[in-house]
Design a protein around this ligand. Structure first.
Ligand code: NAP
Length: 308
């Protein structure tokens, strides 16, 4: 079978850091074009916009939408209607409700829609899920604290409505949480701190539970300098499980079980190729629904203005 001809839309930080190297490593898919207003990739067909790419007749089979979430729905609909498979960066949209029409469009066109959660491909995640299928969780603590100035330099969209602020990284923790726990979880309370000059939160505390009352606490901060923290601690009836460094490492009672190489995006592209070959889609909105619920139920406070 000839490789899937993929176009990247939005050649920004994540497309350069992760998508291009992962596509190059993955059998069955190759980079055929880029649609980006201000960036191009040497040796690859370039168009300023997705509209221009689709109108050109350039032969592509699929698009990877690496643009900010606020503009992705319209791009995904356009691509599906043009008969292309669609890979969505996380979060899958700026709202929860915009996904149902995309799922319907994918079904109608017989194409694949893949809402990616890159952190679910981290090496500690599936072993943690297997452990928690055998050992009942008693409590969960999430600490997701990073420096936005280091990881998202100059990205204004992250502070605009729909950009999620601190939930842009924290939704990765929720994507892991919803994969490893044996039962669905829901938000019971939240406190969101908004910079006085921004439309998205810079810090938050979120409380969640499952139907059995499992207490889950998430502490999120976008202004952490020094060591960065992307950890999930789960107390269980079989000891303490810690997923550290965003799921790259797994500890049981502080003893290391896994210290894996980062290969999340290679996993994403292998799964995308598989989904296309199977004629299937993969859209799980649970992490986005938790964020939406934190915004719905959360108390708000205004804090100091934020500037890069
Ligand atoms: P980014 O560096 O800002 O890149 C996004 C690109 O999309 C921009 O370079 C821009 O390219 C294009 N774009 C921006 N605004 C647009 C608009 N209004 N209409 C059309 N195109 C627009 O952002 P990023 O960090 O790569 O993040 C993109 C997505 O990936 C986000 O959803 C983010 O959550 C996710 N992600 C990011 C990371 C990370 O570490 N950065 C990690 C995992 C996932 P042109 O100006 O050339 O069109």
């Amino acid at each position: 079978m000839s490789p899937i001809r993929l176009a990247i839309v939005g050649l920004g930080k994540i497309a350069r850091d992760q998508h291009i190297p992962a596509i190059a490593q993955t059998e069955g898919i190759s980079l055929a074009a880029v649609a980006s207003r201000n960036a191009a990739q040497p040796g690859i067909a370039h168009y300023a916009t997705l509209d221009a790419l689709l109108a050109s007749g350039e032969p592509i089979d699929a698009v990877a939408l690496c643009t900010p979430p606020q503009v992705r729905r319209a791009q995904a609909q356009m691509a599906l209607e043009a008969g292309k498979h669609v890979l969505l960066e996380k979060p899958p949209g700026a709202t929860v409700s915009e996904l149902a029409p995309l799922v319907a469009a994918a079904q109608a066109s017989g194409k694949t829609l893949f809402a990616t959660w890159h952190s679910r491909f981290a090496p500690a995640v599936e072993p943690a899920r297997a452990f928690l299928a055998e050992h009942a969780p008693r409590s969960v603590t999430i600490e997701w604290k990073e420096d936005v100035r280091v990881w998202h330099p100059g990205q204004e969209w992250i502070w605009e409505a729909g950009g999620l602020g601190v939930f842009d990284p924290a939704i990765n923790a929720l994507s892991i949480l919803t994969r490893i726990l044996p039962r669905p979880v829901f938000v019971t309370g939240a406190h969101l701190a908004f910079p006085a000059n921004r439309d998205a939160p810079v810090a938050a505390e979120v409380d969640l539970a499952d139907a059995d009352g499992l207490p889950i606490r998430a502490e999120l901060d976008f202004l952490q300098t020094g060591p960065q923290t992307w950890d999930i601690h789960v107390e269980t009836d079989g000891g303490r499980l810690t997923l550290a460094s965003g799921g790259a490492k797994l500890f049981h009672d502080d003893a290391p079980l896994i210290d894996g190489n980062e290969a999340e995006y290679a996993g994403i592209y292998r799964h995308f190729v598989h989904l296309i070959q199977q004629g299937a889609s993969d859209v799980d909105l649970a992490p986005l629904a938790l964020v939406a619920d934190a915004f719905l139920i959360g108390r708000r406070s205004l804090v100091e203005p934020f500037e890069y």
